[in-house]
Design a protein around this ligand. Structure first.
Ligand code: G3H
Ligand code: ZN
Length: 282
C-alpha cells in the first residue's frame, strides 16, 4: 500500500528501528525492493533521485508512475520519495504526481536561501498531503555538507527543522556518498545529541559506506531513514559481470539483469531485517 514517508519514519523512530530507503535507477530495482519488503513483511521507501530522472531524459512521470503503481499493489507499506532534488519544479511535479515525499536539497545554497526555499516547498507539499525531507548546508569544504568531515550542529539542526517545518532532516555525521567499501565511521554520540534536540526523524545519506555493526549503532543512537544506493549497485554489477563472464554468448538482458536483481533482492531483505533488529538500549 502506498504510504506516507514521514508517518513510516515516525513509527520507526518511536520503536527505535531503521526505515530502509533504497534508490531506484531501473524499474527492475523497484520490483526487487518491493519483493524484498514483502518477503520480510516490513515497510520500505523507493527513492528516485533527480540524477536518476536526468538519466531517464528528464522524464519523471513514466518511472515515477510505475513506482507508485508498485507501491499501491504491495502488501506492505511502501513510500515513494523524490531524492536529492535541487530543482523546485521537479519537486512540485513529483508532489502533483502523488509521490509521498520529496527531498528538497538546498544544501549547496546560502543558508538563508536554503531555509526560505525549503519553507516554501514545505508549504506547497503539506497543502498536497506530502512530506518534505531537507538538509542544512555547510560553508567551506570541497564537498560541502556531503564531505565525510562535515558535522551537523544539534542546535542548528533543531532551529532549521523548526524554522522550515520539514518532516525529516538529513544530517552530516560521518558518512559520505558513493563509497564502494564499508569503512565509514559514524559519530554515534553526535547522532544521539541531534536526536535528542530535533523533533523530526533523522536521515542518513551515504549509508553504503557504513558497516552492519555501525548501522545498528547508528539506529540505536537515533538514526531512522537509512538511504542506500551505491552498495546495491556494487552487488548488482558484480553479479552481472560474473554471469556475462561465465556466458559471453548471452544477449537477452533478462538473463543477466534477472540474476543481478535476484542478489539485490536478497541483500535488501538482509538489510531490512538488520535495520529492524536494533541493539538493546544501554
Ligand atoms: O540519497 C541517497 C543516498 O544518500 C545514497 O548514498 O550511494 O552512498 O549509499 P550511497
Ligand atoms: Zn544522499
Amino acid at each position: 500500500m502506498l504510504s506516507d514517508t514521514a508517518a513510516l519514519a515516525r513509527e520507526a523512530a518511536q520503536e527505535g528501528t531503521g526505515l530502509g530507503a533504497f534508490n531506484v535507477v531501473l524499474l527492475d530495482h523497484g520490483e526487487a525492493f518491493v519483493d524484498a519488503a514483502q518477503a520480510q513483511g516490513l515497510p520500505i521507501v523507493l527513492q528516485l533521485s533527480q540524477n536518476a530522472v536526468a538519466y531517464h531524459g528528464g522524464r519523471l512521470r513514466p518511472l515515477g508512475s510505475a513506482l507508485l503503481e508498485l507501491a499501491r499493489g504491495a502488501s506492505v507499506p511502501v513510500a515513494v520519495h523524490l531524492d536529492h532534488a535541487e530543482d523546485t519544479d521537479l519537486c512540485r511535479e513529483a508532489i502533483d504526481l502523488g509521490f509521498t515525499s520529496v527531498m528538497y536539497d538546498g544544501s549547496k545554497l546560502p543558508d538563508d536561501l536554503n531555509r526560505a526555499t525549503t519553507h516554501s516547498m514545505v508549504e506547497y507539499a503539506h497543502a498536497h498531503g506530502v512530506s518534505v525531507e531537507a538538509e542544512l548546508g555547510e560553508v567551506g569544504g570541497k564537498n560541502g555538507v556531503h564531505d565525510p568531515s562535515a558535522r551537523t550542529d544539534p542546535h542548528d539542526a533543531a532551529k532549521f527543522a523548526e524554522d522550515t517545518g520539514v518532516d525529516l532532516l538529513a544530517v552530516a555525521v560521518g558518512s559520505s556518498h558513493a563509497m564502494v567499501d564499508r569503512s565509514a565511521v559514524l559519530d554515534t554520540d553526535l547522532i544521539s545529541r541531534i536526536a535528542q534536540e530535533v523533533d523530526v526523524p533523522l536521515v542518513l545519506h551515504g549509508s553504503s559506506g557504513v558497516s552492519d555493526e555501525g548501522m545498528r549503532e547508528a539506529i540505536r543512537a537515533g538514526m531512522t531513514k537509512i538511504n542506500v544506493s551505491t552498495h546495491l549497485n556494487v552487488v548488482f554489477t558484480a553479479e552481472v559481470r560474473e554471469v556475462l563472464a561465465e556466458k559471453p554468448e548471452l544477449v537477452d538482458p533478462r538473463k543477466y539483469v534477472g540474476p543481478g536483481n535476484a542478489v539485490v533482492r536478497t541483500e535488501v531483505e538482509r538489510l531490512l531485517a538488520l535495520y529492524h533488529s536494533p541493539l538493546p538500549v544501554h
